[in-house]
Design a protein around this ligand. Sequence first.
Ligand code: SOE
Length: 384
Amino acid sequence: MAQQPLRIGMVGYGFMGRAHSNAYIQVNHFFPSSKYTVVLQAVCARDAAKVRAFAQQWGYASVETDWRKLVERNDIDVVDICVPNNLHRDIAIAAAANGKGVLCEKPLALNAAEAREMVAAVEKAGVPNMVWYNYRRIPAVSLAKRLVDDGRLGRIFHYRAKFLQDWTIKADLPQGGQALWRLDVHAAGSGVSGDLLAHCIDTAIWMNGRIDSVCAMTETFVKERYHNLTGKVEPVGIDDACIFFGRFSNGSLANFESTRYARGHKALYTFEINGENMSLFWDLHDLHRLQVFDYRDEGRIRGWKSVHVTDNSPEHPYMDKWWVPGLAIGYDASFTHQVADFLRGLETGQPASPTFRDALETQLVLDAILESARTQKWVNVPQS
Ligand code: SOE
């Protein structure tokens, strides 16, 4: 197949910068049929020495220290945003105005108002766009989606999700700066709701449809932290934990929880869907397995099955691209799959999801959750 270069200009080089770079490097090896060859054209960050070192380590051809220059370069096709949330909007809008495709880390924006501006910008410019809700592309999660879409569950009653971590329990952990910007409300917009629940909400809407209304509570357990950028002890404005209930448009009930104070849990993202005929359960700590209970199985052998989603067949999403049947793949592959789907979207003209417009739905739910927690009332999620 004729190879057409797709030149990436990435802004940011933290944990997500590495995850994305790895995906760009892997995608043409494991998805060779793509018409596009991904080229690591430029990486941009403020610290010139550090960005040069990153470029050398990952194979980027050039560096920039000002994202405004990057988005104007003629040799960049797609701008990839993996910087703190408060920078997403301006970079995305400028990139779109310069005719670049835009890939953006989650959550799309600080809030729904910003997200709407970003949707308008990419749609007006007519540029390809996508948000990195990567967990959709774990094969076991994609398989769950196929079972739901095939109607195997029947009527759905419950959707339950949790995302539990424990890395911020230490009261003397500072806020602000690299990685710790997630604790700084000005950079992150919110705490676990935008960082963790956003993943759960994205997967839930994708599988089970719109969430109409929510009732939430949040808590900030550590009220003040030293701020790395101001050098002062500052109030903590993020939610350390967030629990919410809700109703989906299909009549099923939502029950979600996330926290960074669940001692012993590092990234325990789980979801369970209970339908009339079938229930599904998935756990990020055991990501290649989908637990399935099918009520229509023969009674004497009916029970929860643990499906090892590693068969080298089209029935197990993406797995025909990897090793031999039975050999597992990991977290990193979800990003590779997302790039592969993005490239296929460019080829077919059927945009890979979630687009900015899809991700706006999650942002609207996030805003409603925070409003509900603030007002201690049920809140209806506005239509996008
Ligand atoms: C940190 O809390 C974090 O890295 C999130 O930012 C990611 O989106 C999540 O996938 C894992 O945890």
